[in-house]
Design a protein around this ligand. Sequence first.
Ligand code: SAH
Ligand code: SF4
Length: 353
Amino acid sequence: MDPKPPILSLSATELEKWLADHDAPEYRRKQVWTWLARGASSFGAMRDVPKALRDELDREFRITSLHPIAVSQADNGLTTKTLFELDGGHSVEAVVMRYSDRSTLCISSQAGCPIGCPFCATGKFPFGRNLNAHEIVEQAVDAVRLLAVEGRRLSHVVFMGMGEPMANYRAVVESVRRLSDPDLLAISPRRIVVSTSGLIPRIEQLGSENIPVTLAISLHAARDELRDVLVPINRKYPVRELVDAAQGYADKTGRRVSYEWVMLAGVNDTERDAKELGVLLKRKLAHVNLIPFNPVEDTPYRAPDRASIRSFKALVEAQSLNVTVRDTRGREADAACGQLHERVMRNKLVPVS
Ligand code: SAH
Ligand code: SF4
């Protein structure tokens, strides 16, 4: 027998229609969503919904389609990474990171990733499938539930987990609309970061959706010859055209673009790389984020030492660019994308009981 559909697989209109068919008023939809946004773990907990309707909802729907199969903690409990099994058997990860002024969720948009960057754990496994919008939103609803118990709110969402968001465009845009919907999670698009390896047509399309999310471009190299290797989609969408498309997004939305640069010792951390980066982003509305490489087994890469990171940063700053070094939050939790999945696949982690 097929499992019951998850409640968030219904759009607002579909849920309202279901309610009407069950002689319930339209406004119950908003009540149900409000409870989900507050972290309710069952329909039974939705106290202002009449008991008969709660029972009916429970008979026909699930709260979520995601099954947690492994959890890993790091940073003294400030980071929690969960591996979820999806309906049909694929699995994805989501990471909650708690800070003094915010709580950020790193979310997956695909099971696996078709792009295949050689330094990335996700790219090493065969591509599974695209996530549905509700499966993306459910990762956030799950994080809300986890944080609610601690008296925290989910304030930021970054699409930096498994998958290439722009290769699952429709579901990602739909999920962003729901994450920011005032009736559901009400997270401002400005606090949502969509990170991409660089699918130019989709970046242009995103600029016309009227949802001003923060765009992050996974640059990692400023010359085609190196970027063709590190981010293979570069062979189709070369780096200068990519930066032009990202600047187009910045012009349309007024949002500064974040350029990600995973630091690989001896590969893209040299003076030459810093200079090329400076030239490429000259006069662009840009912020550069340096990410020390999080080691992945069976790759030829290593992270640079602190001194090399500092001098690379200084060289880029000297060219009038804004630069930060991303903290290495979650390292012990295998928080670079795909890494918890990899560890479970290698049978090194005890699943949730
Ligand atoms: N596919 C999208 C979003 C997911 S990856 C993208 O590539 O942008 C999110 C970020 O993590 C990317 O910038 C990616 O390059 C980076 N990343 C992947 N593997 C990493 C690793 N082992 N160490 C550090 N960063 C990594
Ligand atoms: Fe895919 Fe991003 Fe990993 Fe590249 S870095 S393989 S695009 S998830």
